[in-house]
Design a protein around this ligand. Structure first.
Ligand SMILES: C[S@@+](CC[C@H](N)C(=O)[O-])C[C@H]1O[C@@H](n2cnc3c(N)ncnc32)[C@H](O)[C@@H]1O
Length: 331
């Protein structure tokens, strides 16, 4: 079987195995307590050895862990930053979201394919906000997905000279906190649903910048946005259709002091939409979980121009989240 097809067929197992290993501390133990054989690791974690060994064999085949001649398992060096809970690139929360939330909604694919996606007035975020635990898990997933890449994004955007960042739908502040850490003169306001407020500043990384980090609770459809000279949309516009994005960007234009700018930070499709895989996969997730889609850089620029922004630029990062900038030159 070609390896691309093999990965597609057996990919069904990959995410749940990763998630179960994360939840039972397999990676944490291999990183923090050191390499171990399957029996030794089973003893450390107090789990069933046979099940653990079968999971480790899958993870070895996937290239997430490797086994030394003596039978000791360890993480491959490429995987360590993403599975070490102390690392800013840790993906445990995002893997949990994919496994516990996205996987349960994948059945919709069949109906959507046969009958089309039903029209609904409900917000896709109603599910996220259904109870305190779901909200906390979603915010954890957003932090894990965004904080690690945000220092690079803030450097790419160039925050020096910016006075007041407004992070629209900023969750618990992964981008705002990273930007504040890179620029001591900056102030930032996270604008998000009121229920998010009590969780902002809880992450250890936010503590050193707490005096410059504010929160305004509101609904970006019903309310105007707080004013600033830089308004950021991280993984926001991919949740919504084009007309809704233009409405949000027009609000940002009104809230933006000139000279100022808006930052769209999102996945980008290649111009011919042949990849990357993460963007194509999450484009499908946006369809079944949200009301949006992923776009090319040119499509984002067209939205920015419809809202009044000009001199648009694209700055590509080393990872999956990039920056598209639109400027507001005069009031
Ligand atoms: C996909 S998350 C993005 C979080 C963060 N900006 C990032 O880059 O990781 C979308 C965010 O939009 C917020 N949101 C959704 N609907 C909103 C609304 N009507 N008003 C304000 N915030 C909203 C959610 O609470 C959530 O924090």
């Amino acid at each position: 079987m070609p390896s691309a097809l093999e990965n597609s067929v057996y990919g069904l197992l990959s995410t749940p195995v990763l998630h179960t290993a994360v939840e039972h501390g397999v990676f944490t133990s291999l990183i923090e307590d050191g390499p171990a054989t399957a029996p030794r690791l089973a003893e450390r974690l107090d789990v069933d050895q046979d099940t653990l060994e079968r999971m480790l064999l899958v993870l070895t085949s996937l290239g997430v862990v490797e086994r030394a001649a003596g039978g000791e398992y360890s993480l491959t060096s490429d995987a360590v930053p993403f599975l070490d809970r102390r690392n800013s690139r840790y993906l445990g929360g995002f893997i949990k979201h994919l496994t516990l939330e996205t996987r349960g909604r994948l059945d919709r694919l069949d109906t959507y394919l046969s009958e089309g996606k039903p029209a609904t007035e409900a917000s896709p975020f109603d599910d996220v906000y259904r109870d305190a635990e779901s909200l906390r898990d979603f915010m954890r997933a957003m932090w894990d997905l965004s904080f690690g890449v945000s220092q690079e994004l803030a450097a790419l955007a160039g925050m020096a000279g910016t006075k007041h960042l407004v992070d629209v739908g900023g969750a618990t502040g992964p981008f705002a906190v990273a930007a504040l850490l890179t620029d001591p003169a900056l102030r930032a306001t996270v604008f998000d649903m009121p229920a998010v407020g009590p969780l902002v500043g809880e992450d250890a990384e936010a503590r050193p910048v707490a005096d410059r980090l504010g929160f305004v609770g509101g609904d970006f459809f019903a309310d105007e946005l707080p004013q600033g000279d830089c308004l950021a949309f991280g993984y926001i516009l991919s949740d919504w259709d084009d007309d809704t994005c233009v409405t949000l960007l027009q609000k940002a234009y009104r809230a933006c002091r000139a000279p100022g700018r808006v930052l769209i930070m999102d996945r980008l499709f290649e111009d011919d939409r042949t990849g990357p895989l993460a963007t194509a996969a999450m484009n499908l997730v946006m369809h079944i979980e949200m009301a949006g889609k992923h776009r090319t850089a040119a499509e984002f620029i067209a939205l920015l121009e419809r809202a009044g922004f000009g001199d648009c630029e694209v700055r590509r990062a080393s990872g999956e989240k990039h920056v598209v900038i639109g400027h507001k030159r005069q009031s």
